[in-house]
Design a protein around this ligand. Structure first.
Ligand code: PLP
Length: 373
């Protein structure tokens, strides 16, 4: 809120300050709503849940609901620390990666900060940048396959003298993941820029850049339990900071950030390696089905075995894949969610739904071919 003088005189009034809503490409469910028969491949959440996580919250006690719980749970931070080989003190638990993004902006971004955002990328970043009234600069890749090379980002950061660059890795639009060497190259090439690496959509914790926060002060890593760990409904994520910014985050993060149930389920899902392996198997199987279904079409895929998300696209004069699928009751995330014109993002975590999409593609092929002569 901003205090201003009224036009008439010296009475003070309060004016609200807000920016366009946070827009995230996900499916919100409504309790007690009726099932609908559409095949939903939008969103970027796991299609199944860890049996261990379910069991963990399956025997509730009254204290879990009644008491305040330490949101910075030591057990969970220790487990995450072991997974990523980082000191647990530098890990902060947050209400989803979304709040981790908010805290990153709270700690680093003011109105004169030069913020860099990629297009396409997770559309939610823009909201936080606008809310901070930052000086925003965009790096665009609006042609298929919409992917950024580390050198593109290095050049952009240098040219625009960017202070703070936030990007999803894997990309929330295409699913493409930079490996640790690629992230390192960017950090080393632009040592005066803070890079926020949002790993919310990763299905490979083993490929995380988290360890780099140990060696580089210009790297912050954000993660989520919503997707790979299947806990969107419980709102839990985390950030991993270099030691130099630990106090700033400790002072900023809401001490009552999390629910008890989220902490319990997250510990269980993190330990459920069978479930995690099964998820990766399902993604691989979906990709194989999709790949072979696309052979007979002119559609193209940004292949991403390290993420739930892949981006499907088709050149003119093909129908826009989003539209072509929509009329066949298959929903993918439309291109416009990412500032693109054609195609859309597909969730690969459910092979059965991908088979349905493959059947629809097969049924469409004669039309596709005749449209192109
Ligand atoms: C890149 C990215 N960051 C953050 C989020 C938000 O994740 P969470 O549910 O953990 O808040 C999402 C998912 O919508 C995402 O794709």
């Amino acid at each position: 809120m901003v205090r201003v003088k009224s036009p008439e005189g010296d009475d003070e009034m309060i004016r609200t300050f807000s920016v366009p809503e946070i827009w995230i490409p996900t499916e919100f469910q409504t309790l007690d709503s009726e099932e609908d028969s559409r095949c939903k491949l939008s969103g970027c959440e796991n299609s199944h849940v860890s049996p261990r996580a379910l069991a963990a919250i399956g025997s509730p006690s009254a204290t879990l609901l009644r008491d305040h719980w330490n949101s910075q749970d030591n057990h969970l931070r220790k487990d995450l620390g072991e997974l990523h080989d980082v000191h647990p003190d530098r890990i902060f638990l947050t209400s989803g990666a979304l709040n981790a993004i908010g805290y990153a902006f709270d700690v680093f971004v003011a109105s004169d900060t030069r913020v860099g955002i990629l297009r396409p990328d997770f559309p939610g970043f823009r909201h936080f940048a606008e809310h901070s009234q930052a000086d925003i600069h965009y790096l665009d890749k609006l042609e298929f396959p919409f992917t950024f090379h580390p050198d593109d980002v290095i050049e952009f950061v240098r040219t625009h003298d960017i202070d703070f660059l936030i990007l999803s890795n894997p990309s929330a639009a295409t699913g493409v993941l930079w490996d640790v060497d690629e992230v390192t190259r960017v950090l080393v090439s632009c040592p005066n820029t803070l890079f926020v690496v949002d790993e919310a959509d990763s299905i490979h914790p083993d490929l995380s850049a988290a360890q780099l926060t140990e060696r580089y002060d210009n790297c912050l890593v954000l993660q989520s339990f919503s997707k790979f760990y299947g806990l969107s409904g419980l709102r839990i994520g985390n950030l991993i900071t270099p030691e130099v910014y630990r106090a700033a985050f400790s002072n900023t993060i809401n001490p009552a950030e999390l629910t008890s149930v989220a902490i319990l389920a997250a510990q269980a899902a993190l330990s459920d390696t069978d479930y995690q392996e099964e998820t990766r198997r399902m993604v691989a199987s979906s990709l194989a089905t999709l790949r072979s279904a696309l052979v007979a079409t002119k559609w193209r895929l940004v292949e991403t075995p390290r993420c739930f998300a892949s981006y499907v696209w088709a050149p003119e004069p093909e129908l826009d894949p989003f539209e072509a699928l929509r009329v066949r009751e298959v929903d993918i995330v439309p291109a416009r969610a990412f500032g693109l014109e054609r195609g859309g993002r597909i969730n690969l975590s459910d092979p059965e739904k991908i088979s349905r999409l493959a059947d629809e593609l097969e049924a469409m092929v004669p039309t596709t071919i005749s449209a192109n002569g």
